[in-house]
Ligand binder design. Structure first.
Ligand code: MSP
Length: 529
């Protein structure tokens, strides 16, 4: 039986640097999907958070002369503040230094160790002191030597713990559950990489090399590999083993019931961390821990935001700061642009000009204009009181718009259920365009002048009503992407937020005869460049 709660998670952001636009995009995408489930009246739990351990955090902290904890805490605050500002509606917050998580990671390691899936072995090879990593032949230059970028390279023999990788199971699983990865074509990458991996996964780091991590419960001179730690967040903060290791009542009460949530219906990650972490290690870890094939989470893999076709990077200096953008253009403009301009799964190019262009054309000129003129005309011609217009409501132009609305609502629901907010928005904008089109073709300002013509007056009523009612539908459905604008639109339309399934309400609860609208306040002022 499926879990009663929709459980959505994201990758947890690495705290070695402040947040950038890719982090913001992923959280907004997942937020939109979670809000969509809530909008459909479905029980939902949304978890996101930060990845606080690991070598890069330790090194960055070292450079600044502060402790890794202080360093991670400082960046964690930046992520938290950003996500509050962006309206991210997460229910849980996964921070990997949290004791609730540490206990679960250690319990998992112990389980795998006890059943022989973790073993100790010595590895002998070349080691870069500067990069603090073992080097393979792949790192050798054309001359067969390790380049200067690796600094001092020494032969090293090190004992570590390894997690056995059950490749055969994974390959079988990937074939039997093709729907487990979205978009499905990404499965081929995982299969290819699975065929290629040799050996098992090293899941420990000796403390003399790195001590900023979670200690192995069976050997305190090691900490666990940061990916083993980080991946476990998806279950630790969902309440896995809570009755066993987080049983103190005041702790237990802070965690959800695992059985209600698991498996996640969307584990949203970027394409760079599918192989090997989420596509290979993660299912293998779950499998090793006794999870059944049907209990594997669904991976939703999004693309990358590039800048002028290039990868964002600190060294190029092209890292886009979402906080600065939100301050400059507003959260509404930023959320709309990020959701409208990227198809989930594909890459997109970030550009401030496009952000402004999208906002001005779709929100200021499109939706904003429709809302303003509808409320203004209703107020001027009808004292803001709506009437259906009797038989005029049966005219083709009115029916036509109603049909567009009907189709858009169903398309919108379908696209959101299939992780494609950009297409859901496109569907909603079919209403915006058709409604603005109706204003042009019916010319209400002309109808209003024909005061002695009862047919013209009925037509005016019917037009104003269908415009306002279409706006009600848009206001209800836009909530996942633009929660603030949705609330403001509903207030201007004088519509209260329905409980239960909003999609159903959108189609069912049309505005009443005599419905009184409120005064318009411009919602999407143009961004002037
Ligand atoms: N800490 C790991 C994830 C552990 S999950 C158990 C990590 N962190 S990260 O900060 O580097 O990346 C966090 C998320 O942001 C990843 O899903 C990554 O794909 C995403 N993005 C990072 N840069 C991005 C873009 N330029 N564009 C879109 N998303 C990108 O990996």
């Amino acid at each position: 039986m499926a879990a009663p709660t929709r459980f959505l998670t994201t990758a947890i952001d690495y705290t070695n640097a402040p947040p950038h636009i890719g982090h913001a995009y992923e959280k907004i995408l997942t937020d939109v999907l979670a809000r969509h489930h809530r909008l459909c009246g479905r029980q939902t739990y949304f978890l996101t958070g930060v990845d606080q351990h690991g070598q890069k955090v330790a090194q960055s902290a070292d450079k600044e002369g502060i402790s890794p904890r202080e360093f991670a805490d400082r960046n964690t605050e930046k992520f938290l503040a950003l996500y509050r500002k962006l309206g991210i509606s997460n229910d849980g917050w996964a921070a990997t230094t949290d004791g609730r998580h540490v206990r679960v990671v250690q319990a998992a390691l112990q389980r795998l160790f006890d059943c022989g899936q973790i073993y100790k072995a010595a590895y002998e090879g070349f080691y870069s002191v500067r990069a603090e990593q073992f080097l393979t032949d792949k790192e050798r230059g054309p001359d067969g030597e390790y380049g200067l970028e690796w600094g001092e390279v020494v032969p090293l023999r090190e004992e570590n713990y390894y997690f056995k990788l059950d490749r055969e199971w994974l390959l079988r699983f990937l074939v039997e559950f093709p729907e487990n990865i979205f978009p499905t074509y990404r499965r081929a990458d995982v299969m290819q990489a699975t065929h290629k991996i040799s050996g098992d996964l090293c899941i420990s780091r000796p403390k003399e090399r790195l001590n900023w991590g979670i200690e192995l419960p069976f050997d305190r001179s090691f900490v666990t590999y940061v990916w083993f730690d980080a991946l476990m967040n998806y279950v630790s903060f969902a309440g896995w083993l809570a009755d066993e290791v987080n049983a103190a009542p005041e702790v237990r009460a802070t965690l959800p019931n695992f059985a209600d949530l698991w498996p996640a219906c969307a584990q949203v990650i970027g394409k760079d961390i599918l192989v090997p972490a989420h596509g290979i290690y993660w299912p293998l870890m779950l499998h090793g821990l006794g999870f059944r094939d049907e209990e594997m989470p669904k991976l939703v893999v999004h693309g990358w935001w590039n800048v002028s076709g290039e990868k964002m990077s600190k060294s190029t200096g092209n890292v886009v700061d979402p906080d600065a953008l939100a301050n400059k253009y507003g959260v509404t403009a930023l959320r709309y642009y990020l959701m409208r301009d990227m198809a989930t799964g594909s890459d997109a190019d970030f550009s401030e000009e496009r952000l402004i262009g999208r906002y001005n054309s779709d929100l200021a000129n499109g939706l904003g204009n429709l809302l303003n003129r509808t409320l203004n005309m209703s107020s001027r011609y009808r004292g803001a009181r709506l009437s259906r217009g009797g038989s005029a409501a049966e005219a083709d132009e009115i029916r036509g718009l109603n049909e567009v609305v009907l189709e858009a609502v169903s398309e919108y629901g379908f696209q959101m259920d299939h992780f494609q907010p950009h297409a859901a928005l496109e569907a909603l904008w079919a209403i915006v365009n058709a409604a603005n089109g109706l204003v042009e073709t019916s010319a209400p300002f002309k109808l209003a002048k024909l005061t002695d013509d009862s047919a013209a007056q009925a037509r005016l009523d019917a037009v104003l009503y269908v415009l306002a009612d279409s706006l009600r539908v848009i206001a209800l459905l836009i909530e996942p992407v633009l929660p603030d604008a949705s609330a403001a639109m509903l207030a201007q339309l004088n519509v209260s937020v329905p409980t239960g399934n909003r999609l159903e309400s959108a189609l069912r609860d049309g505005l009443a005869e005599g419905h009184q609208l409120n005064a318009p306040t411009p919602l999407f002022p143009r961004i002037e460049v």
